[in-house]
Design a binder for this molecule. Structure first.
Ligand code: FE2
Length: 649
C-alpha cells in the first residue's frame, strides 16, 4: 500500500486500518504562497538556512538570515520538476536584533505530498541560494525521530571543537538512521544566546537543511532574540505568559508550541519561564497550555510527547535544582492525568530514563532498574533526559539524599541506592550520545546510542574538563533501550458488564498483554478494501456449582481517524474456541455488513457460550476478524473499541 508519489492524478481512494501507509494521490504540491514579484537583481547575502517542522507532516518551515531587507521567498518542487515547476511561498520576517544586524526570514511550505523528494531554495529572482533537498515519507504509520541534548556550542570555550563534535553526532546519527523523520532539540543550541558565530557552528551540519529541526529553547538560548530569529516554529503561542520576562517584545526568546507529526502530538515548552515572579505565567501557564492543546488536538494523534529543556527527573548537577523539584510536584500529576506517553528533556548533560512515573511517584514499585519493557498503566509517564550531543560539556552523576522517594524528593532508589528513586537508568561516560525513538503502531522504542568514543571530537575531554576512560563501546552501541507498551484504557477500552452471577466464581480476562488488535494495511480489491486479524484471546473461567449458562458477547462502534469515520458494521468475525473447557462453544460467524448489508459487529454478537449443566473449568475464546470497507472510504489509520460483555445467570 505504500504507493509512490503519483503525478498521474490517480484519485482512487485508499484506506488502511489501525496502521500506516497509503495516501490520496493528489499530485503536485500546491502552495498558498504568493508568486515572487519581478524585482531588480537582489544582492542580499543569504545565510543560516535551516529546515524546521511545520504544523504537520505536510508542512516544513524554512528559516534564514538575509543581509538586506528585501522581499524573499522559498521555491520548492518535486526534485524532478525543479525549478521549472516550483511553487513559491512568501517569506516574512523582520530586522534582527542590533547586535547581529541583518534580517530574518521564514516561510512555511504547505501541501507536501508523501514519499516525495523535494528541492528548494530561498532568496529572490536573480539571487537564489544554492538548492537543497528534503524528502517526505509515508504520511501514515511507523516512523523514527532522533532527540539531541544540549549541543550548547561554545560551552567548552572552543567553538570549533564543539562544532566538530556536533557535526559528528549529526553525521553518525543520520548515517545510522537515514530515514529518521524529525530531529528534536533538547534545548541549548548555543552557549551564548546572541553570539552569531556559535549559531553558525550550530547550523554547520548540512543535514539541518534536509531533516526538519524541532527547536527547543534552553536557558542558554533564552537571553536574546537569535533563537527566535533562527528557528521559527509552528503554532507558537507568543503570549507573555510563555516568556519568562512576561512579554514577547522584550529581549528574550520564548513561547510554547505544538505540532502533529503523523500520529504523534508534540508539545514543546519554554521551560525558562517557571514562576510568575519572573514576569511570565510560570508553570501554571504551561500546564494550561498543555491541557488546552491536548483537549483540542489530542484526539488527532495516538501519542503525546512533551519536550522541554529543564529536566525534572535527571541524574546529575541539576537534579536538585529548586525549580525542578517544584516541577516534579507541579508537572507530574497533570502529565499523568493528561495521558502523556513520553517526556523528552535536556539541561543535565547526562542520560537518564525514568521509571514509569505516575502522579509524582514511581507507578509500580516492582519495576526493575533497566527493564527492557515497561507497561504504563493509566497515568504512567516515561521521562528521558539526553546527554550532550556535541561533547561540549558533561555533568557527572550526583548522589541521592534523604529527601524522600516521591514528589520533590531526591532520595535513593530502594532497588539500587546509588541512583535517584525516579531513575531506572543513569549514565555518564563523557561520550557523546543521542536518543532514537521508534514510533510503532503499538509501542515506543526509546534508545540512547553512542555517537562517539572518548576520542576527538570530544571537546570537554580534549580540553581536560572531563576525564574519559575508554570502555571499548563502539560508536553506534546502545547505552540503554526500553520499549514502552501503552495502556489501552482510553482508546482500546475493553469493558465488562456482569449484572448478576456469583462473584469470584465466573469471570473473564484478556489473555496476556492487551496489545492493539492490529489489522495491518487493508488489501485493495478494487471495489473494497479488506483487512483481517484476530482479537486478543479471552479467558473465561467458571467454577460455580450451579453450572449455570454463560455467554460472552462483543461489538464495536464506528472506526475513526480524527474526523474521518466508517461504520463498525463493516467488521465481521468468526468466533472459535482456542482452548476447550467450561463447556465453551463458539458463537456464530457474522459477516461484514459490506457483503450482506447487515449490522456486522455494530451490534453485540456472541463470541462464545455454555449451556446449563456445562463442565466447570477454563476456556480460551478467540475470533478471526474480517473487515471489508467500501472503496470510497477515505485514506487513514482508523481505530475502534471492542466492548465486551459477559452474561451469566
Ligand atoms: Fe541548560
Amino acid at each position: 500500500m505504500r504507493t509512490s508519489n503519483s503525478l498521474s492524478g490517480s484519485m482512487r481512494r485508499r484506506v488502511v486500518v489501525t496502521t500506516a501507509a497509503a495516501f490520496l494521490g493528489l499530485g503536485l504540491a500546491v502552495g498558498s504562497g504568493l508568486a515572487a514579484p519581478a524585482l531588480a537583481a537582489d544582492t542580499a547575502t543569504l545565510s543560516g538556512i535551516i529546515l524546521g517542522v511545520g504544523s504537520n507532516e505536510t508542512q516544513r518551515i524554512v528559516t534564514w538570515y538575509s543581509s538586506a531587507d528585501t522581499a524573499q521567498q522559498v521555491q520548492v518542487a518535486p526534485t524532478a520538476s525543479f525549478p521549472a515547476g516550483a511553487v513559491t511561498f512568501a517569506g516574512s520576517g523582520a530586522a534582527n536584533i542590533a547586535t547581529s544586524g541583518g534580517y530574518n526570514r521564514h516561510a512555511t511550505i504547505t501541501g507536501l505530498t508523501q514519499n516525495t523528494a523535494y528541492s528548494y531554495r530561498v532568496g529572490s529572482e536573480g539571487n537564489w541560494s544554492p538548492t537543497y533537498a528534503f524528502k517526505t515519507q509515508s504520511f501514515e504509520g511507523d516512523y523514527d525521530f532522533l532527540f539531541y541534548g544540549d549541543p550548547q556550542i561554545g560551552s567548552s570555550g572552543d567553538t570549533a571543537k564543539d562544532q566538530a563534535g556536533w557535526v559528528d553526532t549529526v553525521n553518525v546519527s543520520l548515517a545510522a538512521n537515514p530515514n529518521a523523520e524529525i530531529l528534536v532539540s533538547g534545548g541549548d543550541q548555543v552557549e551564548t544566546a546572541n553570539t552569531e558565530s556559535q549559531w553558525d557552528a550550530f547550523l554547520a551540519p548540512t543535514q539541518l537543511k534536509s531533516y526538519p529541526w524541532a527547536a527547543t529553547i534552553g536557558n542558554h538560548d533564552v537571553g536574546g532574540k537569535a533563537y527566535e530569529q533562527h528557528l521559527y516554529t509552528p503554532n507558537t503561542d507568543r503570549s507573555g505568559a510563555y516568556y519568562s520576562s512576561g512579554t514577547a517584545t522584550g529581549a528574550q526568546s520564548g513561547g510554547d508550541y505544538w505540532y502533529i507529526y503523523k500520529d504523534t502530538l508534540f508539545i514543546d515548552l519554554n521551560s525558562n519561564s517557571y514562576a510568575t515572579s519572573q514576569g511570565g505565567g510560570g508553570d501554571a501557564a504551561h500546564l494550561s497550555y498543555v491541557t488546552d492543546v491536548i483537549n483540542q488536538h489530542g484526539a488527532e494523534a495516538k501519542w503525546k510527547v512533551l519536550v522541554y529543556h529543564h529536566a525534572i527527573y535527571s541524574p546529575a548537577d541539576h537534579a536538585k535544582d529548586a525549580d525542578n523539584k517544584i516541577r516534579r510536584v507541579d508537572f507530574s500529576q497533570k502529565f499523568s492525568d493528561l495521558g502523556v506517553d513520553l517526556v523528552l528533556q535536556g539541561h543535565d548533560h547526562s542520560y537518564s530514563r525514568s521509571y514509569l512515573i505516575k502522579n509524582g511517584a514511581k507507578a509500580d514499585a516492582t519495576e526493575q532498574p533497566g527493564a527492557a519493557d515497561v507497561y504504563p498503566g493509566p497515568g504512567g509517564v516515561l521521562y528521558v533526559t539526553a546527554n550532550s550531543a556535541s561533547g561540549s560539556k558533561y555533568y557527572d552523576i550526583t548522589s541521592p539524599d534523604s529527601t524522600g522517594t516521591s514528589g520533590a524528593g531526591n532520595g535513593a532508589d530502594p532497588l539500587d541506592p546509588s541512583k535517584y528513586w525516579y531513575n531506572s537508568v543513569q549514565n555518564q561516560e563523557h561520550v557523546r550520545s543521542y536518543v532514537k525513538v521508534q514510533v510503532r503502531n503499538d509501542k515506543l522504542v526509546v534508545q540512547d546510542l553512542r555517537s562517539g568514543t572518548c576520542a576527538a571530537p570530544n571537546a570537554a575531554v580534549e580540553l581536560a574538563k572531563s576525564p574519559c576512560a575508554e570502555t571499548g563501546q563502539a560508536v553506534g552501541s546502545i547505552v540503554d533501550k526500553v520499549t514502552v507498551h501503552p495502556y489501552h484504557g482510553d482508546s482500546q477500552a475493553i469493558q465488562v458488564n456482569v449484572p448478576t452471577g456469583a462473584p469470584g466464581e465466573f469471570g473473564w480476562t484478556i489473555d496476556g498483554y492487551n496489545g492493539l488488535v492490529d489489522l495491518g494495511t487493508a488489501v485493495d480489491h478494487s471495489d473494497y478494501f479488506e483487512a483481517t486479524g484476530s482479537i486478543n484471546p479471552i479467558v473465561v473461567s467458571d467454577s460455580r456449582r450451579s453450572l449455570a449458562p454463560w455467554s460472552i458477547s462483543a461489538g464495536v462502534g464506528d472506526f475513526k481517524d480524527a474526523d474521518k469515520t466508517f461504520a463498525g458494521s463493516y467488521l465481521g468475525w468468526t468466533p472459535k474456541v482456542v482452548t476447550a473447557g467450561a463447556g465453551a462453544k463458539a458463537g456464530a460467524a457474522v459477516g461484514s455488513g459490506y457483503d450482506d448489508g447487515g449490522q456486522g459487529l455494530a451490534v453485540a454478537r456472541g463470541l462464545g457460550y455454555a449451556d446449563q449443566g456445562h463442565a466447570r473449568g477454563t476456556a480460551k475464546l478467540g475470533a478471526d476478524l474480517d473487515l471489508k470497507i467500501p472503496g470510497s472510504a477515505a485514506q487513514g489509520a482508523y481505530r475502534t473499541t471492542l466492548t465486551i460483555t459477559a452474561l451469566s445467570s
